[in-house]
Design a protein around this ligand. Sequence first.
Ligand SMILES: *[C@@H]1O[C@H](CO)[C@@H](O)[C@H](O)[C@H]1NC(C)=O
Ligand SMILES: *[C@@H]1O[C@H](CO)[C@@H](O)[C@H](O)[C@H]1NC(C)=O
Ligand SMILES: *[C@@H]1O[C@H](CO)[C@@H](O)[C@H](O)[C@H]1NC(C)=O
Ligand SMILES: *[C@@H]1O[C@H](CO)[C@@H](O)[C@H](O)[C@H]1NC(C)=O
Ligand SMILES: *[C@@H]1O[C@H](CO)[C@@H](O)[C@H](O)[C@H]1NC(C)=O
Ligand SMILES: *[C@@H]1O[C@H](CO)[C@@H](O)[C@H](O)[C@H]1NC(C)=O
Ligand SMILES: *[C@@H]1O[C@H](CO)[C@@H](O)[C@H](O)[C@H]1NC(C)=O
Ligand SMILES: *[C@@H]1O[C@H](CO)[C@@H](O)[C@H](O)[C@H]1NC(C)=O
Ligand SMILES: *[C@@H]1O[C@H](CO)[C@@H](O)[C@H](O)[C@H]1NC(C)=O
Ligand SMILES: *[C@@H]1O[C@H](CO)[C@@H](O)[C@H](O)[C@H]1NC(C)=O
Length: 832
Amino acid sequence: MSPYWMDARSNSAFLFAFLIISSFPSTFADLSDPCPNFANLSTAWTNTRGEWVNSSDWALVKPILLSPGETSGPGFLCGFHCHYESFLCLFAILIFQDVYSPQLVWSANRNRPVRFNATLRLTEDGNLILADADGTFVWSTNTAGKSVSGLNLTETGNLVLLDRNNEMVWQSFDHPTDSLVLQQKLVRGKKLISSVSASNWTHGLFSLSITNYGFDAYIQSNPPQLYYEWEYSFLTSIQYTNGNLSVYYRWEDEEFNFTPFAPIPRTLSAQYMRLGSDGHLRVFQWQETGWQEAVDLTDEFLTECDYPLACGKYGICSAGQCTCPGASDNGTIYFRPINERQTNLGCSAITPISCQLSQYHSLLELQNTSYSTFQVDMQSTDVEICKQTCLKNCSCKAALFRHPSNHSSGDCCLLSDVFTLQNMETLNPTDYFSTSLFLKVENSPTENVVEKKAGNARIILGSSLGALFGVLILIGAFIFLFWKRRDSKEAEEDHLDCIPGMPTRFSFEDLKAITENFSCKLGEGGFGSVFQGTLSNGIKVAVKQLEGLGQVKKSFLAEVETIGSVHHVNLVRLIGFCAEKSHRLLVYECMCNGSLDKWIFHGNRDLALGWQSRRKIILDIAKGLSYLHEDCRQKIFHLDIKPQNILLDEDFNAKVSDFGLSKLIDKDQSQVVTRMRGTPGYLAPEWLTSIITEKVDVYSFGVVVLEILCGRKNLDRSQTEEDMHLLGIFKRKAEENRLADIIDKCSEDMQLHGADVVEMMKVGGWCLQSDFARRPSMSVVVKVLEGLVDIEDNLEYSFSYSPRPPKIAGMGNKAADAATAEPIPSALSGPR
Ligand SMILES: *[C@@H]1O[C@H](CO)[C@@H](O)[C@H](O)[C@H]1NC(C)=O
Ligand SMILES: *[C@@H]1O[C@H](CO)[C@@H](O)[C@H](O)[C@H]1NC(C)=O
Ligand SMILES: *[C@@H]1O[C@H](CO)[C@@H](O)[C@H](O)[C@H]1NC(C)=O
Ligand SMILES: *[C@@H]1O[C@H](CO)[C@@H](O)[C@H](O)[C@H]1NC(C)=O
Ligand SMILES: *[C@@H]1O[C@H](CO)[C@@H](O)[C@H](O)[C@H]1NC(C)=O
Ligand SMILES: *[C@@H]1O[C@H](CO)[C@@H](O)[C@H](O)[C@H]1NC(C)=O
Ligand SMILES: *[C@@H]1O[C@H](CO)[C@@H](O)[C@H](O)[C@H]1NC(C)=O
Ligand SMILES: *[C@@H]1O[C@H](CO)[C@@H](O)[C@H](O)[C@H]1NC(C)=O
Ligand SMILES: *[C@@H]1O[C@H](CO)[C@@H](O)[C@H](O)[C@H]1NC(C)=O
Ligand SMILES: *[C@@H]1O[C@H](CO)[C@@H](O)[C@H](O)[C@H]1NC(C)=O
């Protein structure tokens, strides 16, 4: 199937021809093939291609019925209204002045647009049914058996089903969407609901409904938050004039009736009212060349900062300027702008609130800040109870407490969504009430680590500016390619396709075929599951399906770029990837001997690896890590070195896998960014106290070296308390000078090479130094292993292995215990 934009182009050529042939009709009524204003039973219309009218730059219209009346607008038509790029269509009513101007004023089921070949049928039994191209039911008037005789589009833009006596059985005016036209009434129990945007007609966040004293406008939340109330006393009859534009309203029997009560000139009568996707209620009027905003009804009483999305979620609005909530008393910053350049998009929590971590929740009081709504949830209470109630309920995201200035008891309002906040300066300072506002925030015990780490990242980045410059040029090239292809909706996913030497892009369908529908699972890790697959050329691959990354498309591609550009014989090669909808998969070369843990922890004499194999594996890992740390374009910290992440090929060459994934996971907004990561037992002590450097990988490497030499896991719960920790035994034996005792007893060959093994253990010991500055770099380790450098003397053997698995920050002890068996996905990456 060709992409939409190609369809659009070929179609536009056709349309161009069509317009010339029909000698540029100025209204729909002038079309060469005029439409009726009524239809009999048993009529069907298909949303065929090629019978379109180019109505504007972004919409195409296929008329079905045209309202009777003047030949030159204004008028109404009903038909299929399609988005220009997506070719998603609605069965709709449009108000128009000429062919270029139709505006959507009603539609059938706008949450479910249809495609080409969708059909609208007025059945024999009088039901009007819309079905998509594949026959899926989309909408109907539910009027079967009500003696319907036909369908008319009236002069006022009302689509009606009439019975034999010309009585109305169904009318579109009773089912308003986001707009009202003249003569259409909004009655009690009906709502206007905004659309997501001008080009996405799905139900948006705002709604407007009639009350018994006027109308209320809400933004969707649980419960909906009121942002505008209009009392009928203001509305009984009202006229707005704006230059030559006049708008009239009448309030009538608890109905909001958008009706002119004085006759207005026909040329000025093309008007409609719309609840916009920004929450404004506006009236539009045709003026000479286009639709113009005649009046903004909500603006009459609201300031720019009163709109709930003026500064997005969590944004603070002050005279139209947007900022994010500032630091708390102790200097912690909890919010940052979603987009630095577009501050009106709102702010996001640096540590998103997670219901599982309620012990880390606290309330951040914002000074001199108010909120547009106050629905009383608890009356005559005090501020502490109000705050505690919010802290106890995970769906509460903020608490407002309002009390008379001279009184401590007052009302409490709990918010489940925090929309735009307002700086108090924009409010009346003589308010009788004083209101306190508390935002729920999440503290993470590792926040300090992260902040310092960020500083460190800057230093490292600074020192590799040269490398960065190269990267920037590359990024520039990508951006160029990206813009060149931005016509395509999928462009952002595509820009890797054309970089030579980059991993292949697979479709999800491809990968389904390659893995035989993900039938053979090789394993499961913290990042997701790994499946076996075979490429069409017979090459075996491992397909890793990443979890929880659905939203992060751009960063995913950036990381694929990084991972894909890293080539080293001791690093598992990335062959391809898939980024499609919410699927994120990586395709690696298959390492047929699996992961190292299977070869060192099995306790089986027959399968035990000999000394040379183990020595080679240790050297391979060291080379791979050394390359990641020192020789890549960007410095890469692995952060999760353990035997499960070391893979062996058919010749027992070891390759490091899963590098770069920790950073990938970090990008995921839904993860707790500041969570300490790694696998208990392999975590360097500085994780808890200070700056993270590449030496955390050196530490984990040290643990792996001992595990390889001793043939047992660092943490083995089947042992006695005294022997549970390999590092504990290692320390004891080193002090007793009896390291040979702990060499893997499964292998005679290892026993035979006792002296070499003990030397290698000292390399491990060096890597395990508590003071990370004393650990060697990976390149030094490689030199030691190659015999070019000696091991440092007087090593410190008082390893700070934790007697119990460390409490993983932000996960609680229960999770940490479970994690000793199951690896924990990375959520915090090191600077690159
Ligand atoms: C549709 O008409 C508008 C207004 O004349 C024009 O700018 C636009 O290019 C036309 N589009 C197509 C596809 O013909
Ligand atoms: C509708 O039905 C009437 C009577 O059966 C017929 O005269 C008329 O031509 C039909 N109109 C259309 C548009 O089919
Ligand atoms: C619509 O139907 C026609 C005829 O059945 C078919 O040729 C065409 O491919 C269909 N178009 C789409 C977009 O499904
Ligand atoms: C509907 O259209 C038919 C055919 O033009 C017409 O006879 C009838 O009066 C119309 N009814 C209404 C209510 O407009
Ligand atoms: C329209 O918006 C809704 C809600 O935000 C979203 O789920 C949907 O994918 C959007 N549709 C299109 C065609 O962009
Ligand atoms: C208002 O109407 C007068 C006379 O009809 C015309 O001269 C003037 O240009 C109009 N003003 C605007 C702003 O359209
Ligand atoms: C700031 O204070 C909050 C509670 O008032 C506390 O939970 C958090 O850990 C503190 N942050 C720092 C960086 O001290
Ligand atoms: C809040 O407003 C008061 C009075 O205008 C002012 O003195 C105080 O400094 C403000 N507080 C903050 C945090 O801006
Ligand atoms: C928590 O708050 C939500 C929304 O404010 C409310 O619907 C729910 O009943 C509350 N739950 C409890 C246990 O109070
Ligand atoms: C608070 O002030 C209001 C008006 O200024 C007054 O009517 C009320 O009695 C006061 N309440 C207290 C507890 O002082």
